[in-house]
Ligand binder design. Structure first.
Ligand SMILES: Cc1cc2nc3c(=O)[nH]c(=O)nc-3n(C[C@H](O)[C@H](O)[C@H](O)COP(=O)(O)OP(=O)(O)OC[C@H]3O[C@@H](n4cnc5c(N)ncnc54)[C@H](O)[C@@H]3O)c2cc1C
Length: 468
């Protein structure tokens, strides 16, 4: 039977693409090699990490804030088994939700490894080794990404002592000392989970800053906040070895600028140095699909590969490795295939670090504007001056708005603070409509809310905030 679209991979890119295509009246099949749908995000990424982040944040709140709020609960205790059960139940609910949506939208699914045989043909090999061929007008490659190791270092992941993010989501006990290799989003989120549950956490990072690529102000302040929470940082450090020892593991690193090597002992080492596009066994080379120098599938502005009828989306193509970016590309490709004008605005893709406090940003950083020679103005407002933040004991952080000096158009918004991941969306909507900081500063914001700090930061770009 011929399909209109066969999607390979059922992560947020693939499953959203399949649903949208089916909603647009196309005949759709999905090929997934894992036992459950939802890809990295639902099974071993966004969703389980947020379940653990939330649960561990509740423990930390109970330990550190309840008393000051006049809530007496005795000494809060960790029940790791129950916390992990909450995480597993959250994952199950989400992956089952995708199954339900596939059935509802009459999407056929094939469990097995998909291989592109050329335009219009996909082979699916099941766990039993049997292969079947699907015929289709269009193929969407949505095979996502996999854990990358440490460049030039042989890392033997056992997911118990030397772990990737997958192992770090399922540790059986709280490590005494967790060494995190990589100060990016995943390392800091999972480091936060285990720090709140009682681990000493040391982050070893190659760059001189954590959260490389984020606004410099934000990264600096955020590092100070994490240090207050007990994180230790070894920045500008190149890891040259991470190996199991008699007890635990040993991480070896040396200053990037040169100097003596150091070693640290760890109970668990989390290698969170990034992810690589996943195209193993897909047959792309044989099918003539071009890849770039970093192993990503090459696409044009309409997510088309060089082979007619083959598209690619999500982590396997260029751009931020984020679930919502993959989803939006999934929708765009479905619309393009259905003859509509699918489009993704890459200038307005929010990024969130779900730590405590959260970090959220959209648009350009100050460093990017400087580099591009754009004349800009800055408005900042701290949560210490926000009434709601004081009432909740969440005064850490600030909002920073960057606007074009002449036109006042908002070019970037960066927030460190409780609920930053929710607040960032008013900036995203504003930017999607090309709004100015005056638009934002003159929009009535409910009182008392954390979001009032966004309004005040916007006011600060062109006049003065009220509460400072
Ligand atoms: C710990 C962690 C936390 C994260 N947290 C966040 C977050 O909070 N927010 C956020 O936006 N992003 C987060 N991410 C990133 C996010 O998970 C990815 O950006 C997103 O999953 C990419 O979606 P995708 O559809 O491109 O690929 P994936 O989700 O990786 O899905 C690809 C799917 O394709 C399948 N597949 C691969 N090859 C084949 C084949 N040949 N045949 C059949 N099936 C195949 C795979 O089994 C997989 O199910 C996190 C990632 C990790 C690891």
């Amino acid at each position: 039977m011929a399909y209109d679209v066969v999607v390979i991979g059922s992560g947020p890119g693939g499953y959203v693409c399949a649903i949208k295509a089916a909603q647009l009246g196309l005949k759709v099949a999905v090929v997934e090699k894992n036992a459950t749908f939802g890809g990295t995000c639902l099974n071993i990424g966004c969703i389980p990490s947020k379940a653990l982040l939330h649960a561990s944040e509740m423990l930390a709140e109970a330990q550190h804030s309840f008393d000051a709020l006049g809530v007496e609960v005795g000494t809060p205790k960790l029940n790791l088994t129950k916390m992990m059960a909450h995480k597993d139940a959250t994952v199950a609910a989400n992956v089952n939700g995708v199954s339900f949506l596939f059935k509802k939208n009459k999407i056929e699914s094939f469990q097995g490894t998909g291989k592109v045989l050329g335009a219009g043909k996909v082979a699916v090999t099941g766990a039993d080794g049997k292969t079947q061929e699907l015929e289709t007008k269009n193929i969407v490659i949505a095979t996502g990404s996999d854990v990358a190791g440490i460049p030039g270092v042989d890392v033997a992941f056992d997911e118990k002592v030397i772990v990737s993010s997958t192992g770090a989501l399922a540790l059986e006990k709280v490590p005494g000392h967790l060494v995190v290799v990589g100060g990016g989003v995943i390392g800091l989120e999972l480091g936060s989970v285990w720090a709140r549950l009682g681990a000493k956490v040391t982050v070893v990072e190659y760059l001189d800053t954590i959260l490389g690529g984020m606004d410099g102000d934000v990264a600096k302040q955020f590092q100070r906040m994490l240090a207050k929470q007990g994180f230790e940082f070894k920045l500008g450090s190149k890891v040259t070895g991470a190996a199991k020892a008699k007890k635990g593991a040993v991480v070896t690193f040396e200053p990037v600028k040169g100097g003596a090597a150091e070693t640290i002992e760890a109970d668990v080492v989390l290698v969170a140095t990034g992810r690589r596009p996943y195209t193993d066994g897909l047959g792309l080379k044989e099918a003539g699909v071009e890849m770039d120098e970093r192993g990503r599938v090459k696409t044009d502005g309409h997510l088309r590969t060089n082979v007619a009828g083959i598209y690619a989306i999500g982590d396997v193509v260029v751009g931020p490795m984020l679930a919502h970016k993959a989803e939006d590309e999934g929708v765009a490709v479905a619309e393009i295939i259905a003859g509509q004008a699918g489009h993704v605005n890459y200038d307005v893709i929010p990024g969130v670090v779900y730590t405590s406090p959260e970090v959220a940003s959209v648009g350009k950083t100050e460093e990017e504007l400087k580099k591009a020679g754009v004349a800009y103005k800055v408005g900042k407002f701290p949560f210490t001056a926000n009434g709601r933040a004081r009432a909740m004991l969440h005064t850490d952080g600030f909002v920073k708005v960057l606007a074009d000096k002449d036109s006042d158009k908002v070019l970037g918004v960066h927030i460190v603070g409780f609920g930053a991941g929710e607040m960032i969306h008013e900036a995203a909507v504003l930017m999607e409509f090309g709004g100015s900081s005056e638009d934002l500063g003159r929009t009535c914001h409910a009182h008392p809310t954390m979001s009032e700090a966004v309004k005040e930061a916007a006011l600060a770009t062109f006049f003065k905030p009220i509460h400072m």
